[in-house]
Design a protein around this ligand. Structure first.
Ligand SMILES: Cc1ncc(COP(=O)(O)O)c(C=O)c1O
Length: 358
């Protein structure tokens, strides 16, 4: 238990799983007016059409009623080329992870995770009281540890969670490798988090019909620029989705989020243009890093992991002093700092700042 938390006299002890959890508190305050290259968000915001659509659609009556998802579900299903029965809307990917674990993982069940990975897998697995086993991304490349993971999967494995591409490494895993994992883990449920799919182009989504142990998540938080809305989708075989529904609160996704999503998926040009801009900016960043002699890891996403040696925190703070936020990851990969890739203009500003501080 963190030292600061002291129960009042007669206070009730929480569950052991919660007592044992490491606290997770990402730095979310004081980000306004800065160049925010710290959370892999869309750095220019969502499509203006989404904002306009929300303005036009909202009225007092709309806000007074509990959400209805039918219309949005049909539109989003068509967009992703699946049946409406093949997914649930979730309150961001975070709720997708939570609902997935709530549906399948009992106290003490073995959950396999990669390390480092998106922190919320471990977070919700710990809340569930799971027995967590972690496989390290390969050093020094931070490639996906396929053979190690395949070896680690046993009949005792209940769930496997993988981000593709992974955060914070930026490295991905091929579809062939995912198929091998699904086969090897046929007695377990496998969650593939595709939060950065639009930048990598690799997806396991079409496999949900044939692989009964596969779950795929997507989010509107990243390329769609709607992180504040908290909207994700969790896809699987309709039989699995029926159970996910059972384990989920009926109104966890708010009306504004699904309204916004309907316009977001109509403005496909906005997304295509933003992805093209980020991919061009990522090239620019890599050239800039190479010129500065800054070691970095290959990325299939809208962020790049840099190796700052012993100066990770110092570099983060020096960039912050210049109005640019980046994320220290040295606590999980020694020396590393993660920078989000936005537009080319923003990237030029980052490179100029790096020239000063490196
Ligand atoms: C791999 C990965 N999955 C999910 C998320 C969060 O997604 P959401 O905002 O949909 O909860 C992040 C955010 O950083 C992420 O890196």
């Amino acid at each position: 238990m963190p030292k600061a938390v002291k129960l009042p006299k007669g206070g009730i002890r929480p569950r052991d799983a919660v007592l044992k959890m490491a606290p997770y508190s990402p730095p979310t305050a004081g980000r306004a007016d800065k160049l925010r290259l710290d959370f892999n968000e869309n750095t220019v915001g969502c499509s203006p059409r989404v904002v306009e659509f929300l303005r036009r659609s909202l009225d007092a009556a709309h806000l007074a009623v509990y959400p209805e998802y039918g219309e949005a579900k049909a539109a989003v299903a068509e967009f992703f080329r699946v049946q409406p029965e093949s997914f649930v809307f979730t309150n961001g990917t975070d709720e997708a992870i939570q609902v997935f674990l709530n549906t399948y993982v009992d106290d003490g069940d073995e959950v396999l995770l990669l390390r480092p990975a998106y922190a919320m897998y471990r977070f919700y697995a710990e809340v569930a009281g799971a027995a967590i086993r972690e496989m390290d991304y390969l050093r020094p490349t931070l490639d996906f540890p396929l053979n190690e993971l395949l070896r680690a999967i046993t009949p005792a494995t209940r769930a496997v969670l993988i981000a593709n591409p992974n955060n914070p490494t930026g490295t991905g895993v091929s579809l062939e490798a995912i198929e091998r994992i699904l086969k090897r883990a046929r007695r377990a449920v496998v969650f593939i988090d595709e939060a950065y799919y639009e930048f990598s182009g690799v997806t396991a989504l079409p496999l949900i019909e044939h692989c009964p142990n596969l779950f795929v998540s997507r989010t509107f938080s990243k390329v769609y620029g709607m992180a504040a809305m908290r909207l994700g989708c969790l896809f699987s075989h309709p039989a699995n989705v029926a159970y996910l529904h059972k384990a989920q609160s009926p109104y966890s996704v708010n009306s504004l989020a699904v309204l916004a999503a309907q316009e977001a998926i109509r403005d496909t040009a906005y997304i295509h243009n933003y992805v093209a801009e980020v991919l061009a900016a990522r090239e620019l960043l890599i050239v800039g890093l190479d010129q500065l002699g800054i070691r970095h890891f290959p990325s299939a996403a809208n962020f790049v992991l840099l190796d700052a040696g012993s100066r990770a925190i110092e570099i983060r703070d020096a960039l912050r002093a210049r109005g640019i936020l980046v994320r220290d990851r040295s606590y999980e990969i020694p020396g590393c700092v993660r920078v989000t890739v936005g537009t080319r203009q923003q990237t030029r500003r980052l490179i100029e700042a790096l020239k000063e501080v490196w």
